[in-house]
Design a protein around this ligand. Structure first.
Ligand code: ADP
Ligand code: ZN
Ligand code: ZN
Length: 723
């Protein structure tokens, strides 16, 4: 038997598959098996993509695989990887690497855990005052007595080994599943509440779809559950997952980021128990590996996780849910630059599964492509909070008087508010008041950003750091200005508005996307949730999915910031931001409202958001996109050529442009981009009505030009459907 193996290398130049002759004892190797194979002078991991009876190579030129490694992939994932390689102008190897069991490539996943347990002799020694034990040993034995079998590494393996030689402790390797700790967050019920009429109607439609033939589902574009915030979309997903399980099938639930919205996960765990596995970016690789194995073996049949969970190794998938489908975190920024929403649609088609995406602010693309189901009412019938626009033109303070008043009221009522600072990071850039010098990153040509409470400026792209200057190196002036409605000023004004009297201190919680880790951010959200009163301040992510029942005031400090980005999604993002913030507000008993500070009070997206008019916004936005030929009326493909020198980057882009001359599409560029990580960059944008021919043509052009350019130091990356 011949196995055709795709070696897992990063280089574009190596294009498998390559033939290997299976050795005796390797009969159960199949499509998807992970093998260690001799590859040139080295060995490499590779995935079997095909089995064949014969090879075109002479038998004496065929090598044998050295070993079968771990659980490998399923054939449907191999097919998905090959499709992804084409769809995103990448390689099968890079797509396959995204799908392997966590740690499989590094070999860490297969390790057994060393577990320590107290023996009868240990128990006796602990009870015996006279036993020869030092404090540390007594402490270890007590810990084992209290906690039962424990991972040796948690207590200190060397000390345990010494106790083992005395027979007081037993140590053994156990494939004990490393189950992630569950976090109960908020109330979640093990049974479904009686559904509202709207929820029942939506669920009935999804259940009906689940009973349809797989072939029919293979053709279906999927469902879009458009429901206002608080309308009970999650309850509909739960019902649909139950229906899939009842039908003997499995389900994937994609969420934007579990650490920031732990309630959603908990609701699935509370309803379905151990049948739920979680692939969570904040889990250790061992835990993720074991959860992955539970999915692979069928022990778990529901996978909840962020975008990479779309590759969950489940068989017989009946349902794929995409929660908050408008979130940009569904787009992967490494190669292949896949969009989990597009991959989910493909995977649903492969399995004949129901695709159900949901959002209060769906993307215009989804509205056009999918079958809409609606939830127009909040479950509790509470109205959406009024949204008020505050004109910031000609104002020189970061807080509008109206905002200051609202905060003062909030303090008196000891309520809770969310303040959204619509910019990346908390920070600002520096410039010299005397000569105008701006501090730029030497590698990336972008402004260095000032970090709060720290004495440095840093680059958000490459991490370059500099000490905060005392004086300007160009003109020696000591007058160095911090720009924008700076953090310090906002904090200062906030403290002023909230009262500086220390006896009435009002807590301010900061959520900083740039300088703190995921777990720290999750802790901040939990602290805010638990606090009886306070203000949560942060960037976009404060408006994401997290459910705070008692927030009565929402403020966007600079709503037009997103509008200034040169991006066709600017309007969509601004609308979603305000609407999602409104959705986080007013779920409790207090009368609530949302304030939107902006320099562009007449912006369309803001106007529609004020009136909670999602349909109006989508209709208007679709008209604009059609006129400008943006998605969904055209597909965009971005090609970025980078090189140490600008000329080479531009030449590479020009050469690719020339290869696309006959393509029936608009090709814009080459346009220079700012340097990133010391590399000059040049960009092409392809705007095509016919998607597949454009993807194929770009893929061919890149394959033709990139290898030659690579020898001289250029690199090419392709982004299909850029965000
Ligand atoms: P969405 O995801 O649409 O914002 P959720 O699913 O989070 O809404 O529901 C909002 C709240 O209403 C949650 O606390 C949920 O437990 C509750 N809820 C949902 N459906 C019902 C129902 N049919 N009866 C009572 N409470 C419900
Ligand atoms: Zn200066
Ligand atoms: Zn930089």
């Amino acid at each position: 038997m011949i196995a055709r193996v795709q070696p897992l290398t990063r280089t574009r130049a190596v294009r498998g598959p390559f033939d290997y002759r299976l050795a005796p004892g390797q009969e159960d190797v199949g499509v998807g098996s992970l093998l260690k194979v001799p590859f040139g002078p080295r060995t490499s991991l590779g995935v079997v993509v095909e089995l064949a009876e014969h090879s075109e190579l002479a038998p004496d030129r065929l090598a044998e695989p050295e070993a079968v490694v771990g659980a490998g992939l399923t054939p449907d994932l191999v097919a998905l990887a090959e499709w992804m390689a084409r769809e995103y102008c990448s390689t099968p190897a890079r797509a396959l690497q995204l799908m392997l069991a966590p740690g499989a490539a590094a070999g860490t996943g297969a390790k057994l855990a060393l577990v320590a347990e107290l023996t009868a002799a240990g128990r006796a020694a602990l009870a015996d005052e006279a036993a020869r034990l030092n404090d540390r040993q007594r402490e270890l034995l007590t810990a084992l007595q209290d906690a039962g079998p424990t991972l040796a590494s948690q207590l200190g393996t060397p000390s345990l080994r010494r106790l083992e030689t005395r027979g007081l402790v037993a140590l053994h390797d156990r494939p004990r599943p490393r189950r992630p700790v569950r976090h109960a967050v908020g109330s979640a019920s093990p049974t479904a509440p009686p559904l509202t009429a709207e929820q029942a109607a939506a669920l009935t439609e999804l259940e009906r779809a689940l009973r349809a033939s797989r072939a029919a589902l293979g053709e279906h574009p999927g469902y879009l559950l458009q429901g206002v915030t608080g309308s009970g979309k999650t309850e509909v997903y739960l019902g649909a997952v139950q229906a899939a399980l009842d039908a003997g099938r499995s389900a994937i639930v994609l969420v934007p980021e579990i650490a920031l919205t732990p309630q959603v996960l908990w609701r699935f765990q509370a309803r379905f128990g151990d049948v739920v596995a979680v692939l969570h970016s904040a889990l250790g690789v061992g835990e993720r590996h074991d959860e992955w194995m539970r999915l692979r073996t069928g022990e778990a049949r529901v996978c909840v996780g962020p975008r990479s969970a779309v590759f969950a190794p489940l068989a017989n998938i009946g349902l794929i849910v995409i929660d908050e489908e408008h979130e940009s975190s569904y787009k992967h920024e490494g190669d292949p630059r896949y969009d989990a929403r597009t991959v989910a649609a493909r995977r649903a088609r492969q399995h004949g599964a129901v695709l159900a995406a949901g959002s209060a602010t769906p993307r215009p693309e989804s509205v056009v492509a999918m079958t809409r189901l609606r939830l127009a009412q909040r479950v509790d019938r509470r109205p959406l909070p009024p949204v008020q626009v505050l004109d910031m033109r000609d104002r020189h303070q970061p807080l509008h008087p109206e905002t200051r008043m609202a905060l003062a009221d909030l303090r008196r009522a000891r309520g809770k508010a969310i303040l959204l600072l619509n910019r990346r990071g908390w920070s600002n850039f520096l410039s010299c008041r005397a000569c105008g010098r701006v501090w730029l990153c030497p590698n990336c040509e972008v402004a260095l950003v000032l970090h709060r409470h720290a004495s440095f400026v840093a680059c958000h792209h490459c991490g370059h750091r500099e000490r905060l200057p005392d004086r300007c190196p160009s003109c020696a002036s000591v007058s160095v200005a911090r720009h924008g409605a700076g953090t310090e000023r906002i904090e200062h004004e906030l403290r002023e508005a909230l009262g500086s009297d220390p006896a009435h201190r009002f807590p301010i919680f900061r959520l900083d996307a740039d300088s703190s880790g995921l777990n720290e951010r999750a802790r901040t959200l939990q602290a805010f949730e638990a606090a009886p009163a306070g203000v949560l301040v942060g960037t976009q992510m404060v408006a994401k999915g997290h459910d705070f029942p008692d927030v009565s005031l929402g403020v966007v400090l600079d709503a037009d910031q997103t509008l200034r980005f040169p991006d066709f999604r600017a309007e969509e993002r601004t609308f979603a931001l305000i609407t999602q913030l409104a959705g986080r507000t007013g779920r409790g008993a207090l009368a609530s409202r949302v304030l939107v500070q902006t320099l562009a009070p007449d912006a369309r997206s803001i106007g529609f958001a004020v009136h909670h008019d999602t349909d109006g916004f989508i209709a208007d936005e679709l008209g604009r996109r059609e006129a400008l030929r943006y998605p969904p009326y055209a597909s965009l493909i971005r090609v970025i050529c980078s090189a140490p020198e600008e000329t080479l980057a531009r030449e590479t882009a020009t050469a690719i442009h020339a290869e696309l001359a006959t393509l029936d599409a608009a090709v814009l560029g080459p346009a220079p981009l700012f340097r990133l990580r010391s590399r000059a960059r040049s960009q092409l944008v392809v705007k095509a009505t016919a998607r597949q021919p454009a993807i194929d043509a770009v893929g061919r052009a890149v394959d033709l030009i990139a290898p030659g350019a690579a020898r001289r130091g250029a690199a090419v990356s392709v982004d299909v459907d850029p965000q």
